[in-house]
Design a protein around this ligand. Structure first.
Ligand SMILES: NC(=O)c1ccc[n+]([C@@H]2O[C@H](COP(=O)([O-])OP(=O)(O)OC[C@H]3O[C@@H](n4cnc5c(N)ncnc54)[C@H](O)[C@@H]3O)[C@@H](O)[C@H]2O)c1
Length: 360
């Protein structure tokens, strides 16, 4: 074991989750290197990101570019790598599939090739994967019986207002919270497919190279600091922005899309706990609040907090969106000795307060 502070490399560490994780790790005495190319969609100014602590070593690096990895790894030997750099636009990934494939998949393999070329293996990789890998996830017959994994919802069903997946005989189904190891991954959009590929690539490499791997499948993360100008991610950020301007919120489908919104501070504590408690070899954990809500309910809460009009259920929809996403966080709480602390009303009040502060 080397003396001195632990060296943690966070790819994509200038972003929403990464900058907050960097702050927490610095406070614990770690040395933090952030590798990020300041994606213009996330960082329109491209200056030093407002939420990124000045104490980190920020290395401008595009994960897809081989040479910059070589330069970074000749200077730094991180014992822990938190891999966050990614293209994150679910809807956008349908029409910009190659960009998502290049950054999320090839960016991950380039990183691993760079470690191989350097002859250096970090002790522990932590991947921020996504609840999106489950796709429509697991459902069970409302009248009782076995469970099933519905395929992606078809455009023609959505256009006809048939929102819920149905069973093989057309029977009504109810959503079952996802649980890693039991719920079969079943991506229904390209972003999700690239996140699952990241998991598989890292699992194979870490097993062969004798490194440890923690995959954290994050539900929908929200809170102060998510790029208010990136229109492709963060429904609650978009809602908070509109509600702060006293606009009414357009809620898709019948308003009953189900999501688990988890506060960014709780995600950061889960990532930090995963660093502190490495697995023997590899593990996959679900990270959420454990308290799912409908989009209509979340929109109504934001509208109330911001003093905006009641949300309007529009019946519009987006291809590739899943109907329900939630997870069972019990195994993660056990494994990491972690628990989410921020309830939805508290988190939304912080989000709306921040939105007013930044004046978006
Ligand atoms: N926010 C969520 O709700 C959520 C949910 C599930 C999973 N995740 C995952 O968590 C991770 C972080 O998400 P976030 O919400 O902080 O996103 P973010 O967009 O705020 O941060 C991502 C960072 O990656 C950087 N980046 C993008 N492409 C890059 C490239 N080619 N090279 C180097 N850096 C690059 C961006 O500049 C940005 O700073 C992502 O991997 C995402 O898939 C996020």
């Amino acid at each position: 074991m080397t003396a001195g502070p632990r060296v943690v490399l966070i790819t994509g560490g200038a972003g929403f989750i990464g900058s907050r994780l960097a702050r927490d790790l610095l406070a614990r005495g770690d040395r933090v290197i952030v590798a990020d190319y300041l994606h213009p969609q996330v960082h329109p100014g491209r200056g030093w990101p407002a939420d990124l602590p000045r104490e980190v070593e920020l290395v401008p690096l595009d994960v897809t570019v081989e040479q910059t990895w070589g330069t970074l790894l000749r200077l730094h030997a991180p014992s822990v790598v938190v891999h966050l750099a990614a293209e994150t636009g679910t809807g956008q990934s349908l029409t910009e599939a190659s960009r998502h494939g290049m950054v999320n998949v090839v960016g991950t393999t380039r990183m691993l090739d760079a470690f191989s070329a350097q002859g250096y293996t970090p002790e522990h990789f932590i991947l921020a994967s996504s609840r999106a890998v489950y796709g429509e996830g697991e459902w069970t017959a409302a009248a009782g019986g076995g469970s099933c994994n519905p395929p992606p919802r078809r455009h023609e069903d959505l256009a006809a207002g048939r929102w819920d997946p149905v069973g093989a005989e057309g029977e009504a189904l109810v959503h079952v919270p996802a649980r890693a190891g039991r719920t079969v991954p079943n991506p229904s959009n390209i972003y999700a497919a690239t996140k699952l590929t990241q998991e598989l690539v890292l699992r194979a490499w870490c097993a062969a190279m004798n490194s440890r791997l923690s995959v954290l499948r994050l539900q929908n993360v929200y809170g102060p600091g998510q790029s208010p100008t990136n229109f492709y991610t963060g429904i609650l950020t978009l809602f908070a922005r509109l509600a702060s301007a006293h606009s009414s919120l357009d809620v898709y489908e019948d308003g009953l899309i189900l999501r688990d919104f988890v506060f960014v501070g709780d995600v950061v504590t889960a990532l930090a706990a995963a660093i502190d408690r490495p697995p023997e070899q590899s593990r996959v954990l679900d990270v959420g609040s454990g308290a799912p809500t409908t989009i209509l309910d979340a929109a109504a809460r934001i509208a109330r907090i911001a003093g905006a009009p009641e949300p309007v259920v529009s019946g519009r929809f987006r291809d590739g969106d899943v109907r329900a996403a939630s997870c069972d966080i019990e195994p993660t709480m056990q494994e990491l000795g972690w628990q989410p602390k921020v309830g939805l009303d508290d988190g939304l009040a912080q989000l709306v307060g921040w939105m007013r502060e930044v004046g978006e």
